[in-house]
Design a binder for this molecule. Structure first.
Ligand code: UDP
Ligand code: MG
Length: 323
């Protein structure tokens, strides 16, 4: 039997914690799960930490980590992932919106051979200004990254713990773990889950999240596609600009030379044409992109080494000692 590590980010959710613990405990008894709960208190100031300490004193399977201040959900999850001991890591929100009774269905999906299973809040109990943009966002992520989940933002997900040896979290990239894992060949799928309205406290996120999510999407697209070879993207754009600028100058010069000999062509100074400036700008942009690309390569060459470019699933054959 395997152990589950349930990682729960907590930011001012005092009223929900013991109820959530109770639900998980009852479920684990019924299903005979071995588990640990990791509450990560992301700098709450409403007594959530006291509650966590109480639960930890009550049940040795409950552990708590407290941040000195609010660092954000991704940081809280990352701290939980580093501390997790179980083979399977489950994340769920502390606000009781994610229903722990879905855990068995997540595990069934994992047993089918998937490494990451994401929840999909098909019937969602959130305001329209969250649901609408979120739909567009999920479409875009699918289109740009090839990971077609309906609900990338969902906080309820399960992972094989090894994934976190390879996928590093920073910023607010927590919602992109499936995308980052998929890019390294891990198998990703989703299940429809029951979503409940928020009972206590209030939401910590507003519309601003969608803007940040979109910027993060671009970052993830860049990282997964070109993280190991940035010049292939930046250099390609640079070369394109070089080509356009070069072609512009070539045409301008050809015109100038021809105008000396061909009668009906009016001789013009180069700088009187707008194309002169457009071509110069293109050449400068080309040089910019190329040099930024080389800087990016330099950084990747020296610092990209700590993350391996590949991911090994298994090995076969005996290892002979090196001679
Ligand atoms: N959360 C956190 N740090 C933050 C913001 C939120 O740990 O800075 C936690 C929060 O306590 C909850 C989860 O992240 O457990 C999801 O937050 P929320 O329910 O406010 O998001 P929503 O469901 O409205 O999208
Ligand atoms: Mg919530």
């Amino acid at each position: 039997m395997f152990m589950l590590s349930i990682v729960i980010p907590v930011y001012n959710e005092v009223e929900s914690l013991s109820e959530l613990y109770g639900e998980i405990d009852t479920l684990a008894r019924r299903e005979n799960y071995e588990f640990e709960i990791l509450f990560v208190d992301d700098g709450s100031n409403d007594g959530s930490w006291n509650e966590i300490e109480k639960l930890a004193a009550l049940d040795s399977r409950v552990r708590g980590i407290r941040f000195r201040r609010n660092f954000g959900k991704a940081a809280a999850l990352d701290a939980g992932f580093s501390a997790a001991q179980g083979q399977i890591v489950i994340t769920l929100d502390a606000d009781l919106q994610d229903d722990p009774h879905e855990i068995p269905r997540f595990l069934e999906k994992m047993e089918e051979g998937f490494d990451v299973v994401s929840g999909w809040k098909k019937v969602r109990h959130d305001p329209w200004h969250k649901v609408g943009p979120s739909r567009v966002f999920n479409r875009m992520v699918g289109w740009l990254t090839g990971v077609h989940l309906h609900d990338h933002n969902c906080g309820f997900k399960t992972y094989r713990r090894e994934i976190f040896h390879e996928v590093r979290l920073y910023g607010e990239l927590h919602r992109f773990v499936p995308v980052l894992a998929h890019a390294r060949g891990w198998r990703v799928d989703e299940i429809v889950i029951n979503h409940r309205p928020r009972k206590h406290g209030r939401s910590k996120y507003g519309v601003w999240r969608i803007v940040k999510g979109f910027l993060d999407l671009l970052t993830v697209y860049f990282l997964t596609g070109f993280g190991q070879r940035p010049q292939h993207l930046l250099g390609a754009v640079g070369l394109l600009f070089f080509f356009l600028g070069g072609a512009g100058f070539f045409l301008l010069l050809t015109y100038r030379v021809l105008s000396w000999t061909v009668e009906f062509m009016e001789p013009k100074h180069l700088h009187t044409s707008p194309w002169f400036y457009i071509s110069i700008t293109a050449l400068l942009l080309g040089a910019q992109f190329m040099s930024i690309g080389f800087l990016a390569e330099l950084i990747t060459a020296y610092h990209g080494r700590d993350s391996q470019a590949y991911s090994i699933e298994k090995r076969t054959g005996a290892v002979k000692p090196r001679v």
